[in-house]
Design a protein around this ligand. Sequence first.
Ligand code: GDP
Ligand code: CA
Length: 319
Amino acid sequence: GPVVLLAGGTGGAKLAAGLAGALGTTADAPDELVVVANTGDDVELYGAHVSPDPDLIAFHLAERIDARGWGLDGDTFHVMDGLRELGVEVWFNLGDRDLAYGIERARRLAAGDRLTDAIGDLARALRVPARVLPMSDEPVRSRVRAQGRAWEFQEFMIVGRGAGPVEGLEFRGVEDARPTPEVLDAIAAARAIVIGPSNPLLSIGPILALPGMREALRATAAPVVAVSPIVGGAVLKGPTAAFLEWAGQPVSAAGVTALYGDVLDGIVCDEPLDPPVGGSPDGSPEAAIPVHTADLLMSDGADRRRLAGETLAFAAVLA
Ligand code: GDP
Ligand code: CA
């Protein structure tokens, strides 16, 4: 079966590229790698349906990600310039090609197509060496309470600069959403499941909150291994620390492990688990989960492939 990666848009997307390299998948033979992407960050803007995490994953995998860390390499911003000229307050920047993808996606969704098909076709058009699946076809929207008010997710990240303290997190619509059949089939058939080094609450949280998802991860025969997003005791990008603090967890691999709880069979991190946390409901120290220690920094393609390869080898030992 395939390797299945659960991912958000930065740490998870970088590991996706590493896994494609380690597995040797190509655009013509992508099926060995299935990436399940968070869609809690999706937003309708400018007549487009923007899916930031699935798109970032596709751009990383296609080696088309811009050096700034989002958007397409070499994209232009004429539409945003035009909107500003009209006096529109452009708080969410989107490149012209990026906007084109989002407009076509909105058209297809309005015509009754599934988000899975729209995202799958974009991945094919960009010649992505993996299958990229949205976690769900139904809308789930992350909302944050912070700085004394409620925010839509993108507004919190951009206008609110992702600043804590965080006072609440809600995945609107998640009770009525379901993992897609493609996602459930991939998990059931997987040889390994990797939870990417993404924000455990904002990026992985919506995926795990889907009804039936934790059950599917517990039921599969494949080992479930997380890669910690905490590198050298710190968060590399985004508001992961503020959300761990809100959840009452330390900013450490132990905090991440505690959040994933009993779906996890092992964790790749760069520090001992302190306190030891386990997959057993009673949390007894003897149930502390297996740890593989690795250098977690993914600066370049070689780093990404190395970390992906070590993660796959660790998962194979646990299988
Ligand atoms: P977003 O969707 O863009 O917010 O990105 P993610 O949720 O996928 O990723 C955010 C997390 O990625 C942060 O907690 C970072 O610490 C982590 N991260 C970024 N770069 C790296 C890296 O090179 N290695 C690891 N292990 N984590 C990383
Ligand atoms: Ca994201």
